[in-house]
Design a binder for this molecule. Structure first.
Ligand code: PEP
Ligand code: MG
Length: 328
């Protein structure tokens, strides 16, 4: 089965009626396979920088980080690489940074940690900006944002990092582009503030794993309630659809980088909603491409309309199953 998908890896992900989807890679875990397949995708839609921090015994220095980020940016250049700032807390722990909480997923996570430790955040941003000199394919993304103030504070710190670097270099001729900055939409409050945030940031990307967890109040890693964790829940689908509509209204570039985009049924529904950039793990890339190349957006839209009208997740799955059977 894998060979079947592999055979078309070099072809573009275009539907039968000519609509193109950009497929990007979720990276940060396995550098060797990621290197091999660098040319299969249109860039990196999510680089999980914390994966590397998790393998270390202590916080990496700014110059260690710079070296590492430069290696990643060069590997995919000139395609864009969306680097997410440190997203620790919740299920992602650093053995050298102790966080003890009763509800880690509702606690000190992602941007919250970075803003409470500006020295860690500034180091990371400076390393990214330095690594981007002469390349220019860096995008910065902020995880777990739930308040507008967090964006304002983070943007201010990024500005400060940029300013301090210019002073450090003291070379007026060394013009360095400011990278685009985006936010992850993974906390429900973000969806309702999207219009306000559109004037502050350059892009957004839905983290459907956490968004599903927080919308449905189901721990994404708890096997006891695993059956309730379902991104095809009608509420999740309606929220994803609302995000696409709002972003199109305010002309904010949007994408999705949760696991849902790497599932054929998920990619189909998202394409029907208007998503044209999906970021996924390496094993999903060829499969999703293979499926999209055999469908028409018109049929996907009909399916989406039916799915959005359901109130039960079981009915959504029934519709998806019969669609997949009907279209081979
Ligand atoms: C998500 O939450 O959907 C996401 C992409 O981020 P992570 O899985 O790293 O939390
Ligand atoms: Mg997340």
């Amino acid at each position: 089965l894998h060979d079947k998908f592999e055979a078309e890896h070099a072809l573009a992900p275009v539907t039968l009626d000519g609509e193109q989807m950009s497929l990007l890679l979720n990276a940060g875990l396995d550098l060797s396979t990621e290197q091999m397949t660098a040319h299969y995708c249109d860039g990196v839609g999510l680089y999980r920088t914390e994966s590397w921090f998790m393998q270390k015994g202590q916080f990496p220095t700014q110059s260690e980080q710079e070296k590492w980020y430069r290696e990643v940016l060069s590997r995919y250049h000139p395609d864009p690489v969306v680097m997410r700032t440190l997203d620790i807390g919740g299920d992602k722990v650093l053995e050298y940074f102790d966080i003890q909480e009763e509800n880690p997923f509702l606690g000190w996570r992602g941007i919250r940690v970075s803003l409470d430790h500006p020295e860690i955040f500034l180091d990371q941003i400076k390393a990214m900006i330095k690594a981007n000199v002469g390349l220019g394919n860096l995008r910065i993304m902020l995880p777990m944002v739930s308040h507008t103030d967090e964006i304002d504070e983070a943007l201010q710190l990024i500005e400060q990092a940029y300013f301090e670097l210019q002073e450090e270099w003291a070379d007026p001729f060394l013009l360095v582009d400011k990278p685009e900055v985006g936010v992850m939409l993974e906390v429900p409050s973000s969806v309702f503030l999207l219009k306000d945030w559109a004037v502050k940031v350059d892009f957004c990307s839905v983290g459907s794993n956490d968004l599903t967890q927080y919308l449905l109040a189901v721990d994404r890693n708890n096997t006891q309630v695993a059956e309730l964790f379902d991104p095809y829940h009608p509420s999740v689908l309606r929220v994803l659809n609302q995000v696409a509509n709002t972003c199109q209204d305010v002309e904010l570039p949007f994408s999705l980088c949760g696991e849902l985009g790497g599932e054929p049924e998920g990619a189909i529904l998202l394409m029907a909603m208007g998503y044209r950039r999906l970021s996924m793990n390496i094993l999903s890339l060829n499969k999703v491409k293979w499926v999209l190349r055999r469908l028409r957006v018109k049929d996907m839209e009909t399916l989406l309309t039916e799915c959005l009208a359901q109130s039960s997740v079981k009915q959504v799955h029934r519709l998806l199953r019969s669609f997949m059977i009907k279209h081979g």
